[in-house]
Design a protein around this ligand. Sequence first.
Ligand SMILES: [Zn+2]
Length: 592
Amino acid sequence: MKLIIGLLFTVTSFLSWSIEIAYSVHMSKPQNHYFEVEMSISQINQKSLIVKLPVWAPGSYLVREFSKNINLVHAFNEQGKELEITKNAKNAWQINTTGIKSLKVRYEVYSFELSVRTSFLDLTHGYISGSGIFMYVDNFKDTKGILKIFPFEKFKKINTALPIAPLELQGDAYQAFEFENYDQLVDCPIEIGNQVVFEFNAAGVKHTVAMYGEANYNIPLLKVDMAKIIESETAVFGFNPNKNYLFIIHNVPGGDGGLEHVNSTTLSVNRWTYAGADYLGFLNLVAHEYFHLWNVKRIRPIELGPFNYDQEVYTSLLWVMEGFTSYYDELMMLRTGYYSQAEYLTKLQSLINYAEGSVGSRVQPVAHASFDAWIKSYRPNENSANTTMSYYSRGAVIAAAIDAMIINKYNGTKCLDHFMQHLYKTYYEKLNRGFTVAEFKNELAIFTGQDMNDFFKKYIDGTEIIPFADYFSKVGVTVKQNALTRASFGASVQNSGGKVIIKSIRSNSAAEDAGLSVDDEVIGCNGYRVDQAMLEGIMNGLEVNEEVELLLSRDEILFSVKVKITNYTRPQFILTPTNSTEEAMKFNYWLR
Ligand SMILES: [Zn+2]
């Protein structure tokens, strides 16, 4: 598609390919949360231009409608005369450029959502997630250019993975950066403020950490621990493709995870995460986002780069991108020495029980979960647990099964690492593109020496339980599969302003059979008023076939229902090392 457009332009107006683009960003009054953006476009050779803002941020599969934050879009010619702009889509502005060689587009962006995928500005700092801030010229995303950041007078530091522009382009009031194309510009988030910055070397790469926010971190310890994870991950692939890498870390109440980029990442973590068990969680997040620099930013489905920023980009391979990355983030904790083999097996067992035990796992195949991430995973509702499953967890357990398959085939001399290396070399280095589902499946079939059609049909495009015993017994782990049955009410409740409100109801549960609905208020049980703790205490103590009468309020109307407790059965897996000398070598190779 991109090529076809290119050819048409080449025929009609060859010179139009040489436009030049420069951006400048001001933040004169951070308390109003507006970034002021100016986009200079020159060497124009056509009658009209369309400038656009993405509707989503790569790596986060939700249409976020960033243009809702855009105001005061104006365009001016060289003489400063205002040009006519017509808005022709929610995220597109068309400018009449008849007789015009260069122009400036000015707009402001309201930025008051601090997350790894959105932008933020206040008197303490600014954070730019480029896809919500920078417009691009339609059909000219491959144009390189310059970005000048004019920081607020009290902000002394700018951290981004964008290359710094040559000295002659720098100025007193701003810092200038270069970008090769629009994808690179928006793949490099920017932190502006008075952040704590430190550096360390690992795997031959210079790493910079920019810390926003007070937190209980220990810089010497972080340098050692982050470097260890980076070295372990680099060993998976045998090399590290970056020269520099930037961690932007937001230490905030809560924290909402991370977002991957080619040579940087933004992590949002609880400011007290750097001690105790939470610290392992932080290192796991580092391992996850860092692994993405290979898996999804370079090894990727064909749809994920170059990106279509205009709409949802559908791929059914997020179980590889996110699932394999989740498998490796835990495996790296093992290989780096933060988990013992026994701890790792316990974690894998919990993951399998979660992935296979979720109600939604029998409803939604992992390939569909990936494809529909835009409307399901990223837009959950009260019924999601009944209908959806996580491509992170199920993808991770599938990765474990495939790893075991490969280790067994190569008798403990090769593992999933080598398949990842193969994908990197073939698709990123040689072909410089992503792969299709068919190509991925074919590569896997060749590498494992097995026809993968049945595997895909049952476990990727289907919802069958993966026969873990078959896969893991070959690498020294015995898997016992039981059915775990317990008496269950089947509804979860929460306290809302002193009221006990039904939050979710499991499909085919006692609660559903009795006619309960999400949002019902539970007032009483068997004639007594209950609060959340009392209700949960009663329900958890009931045996199968026992009955209780609940007094409910729905839309201000009181009524009562009889609930008869039923059994709920889910699969349960228990993993233990086989301890046979035969498989010990493969076991120790897998969990090295
Ligand atoms: Zn991820």
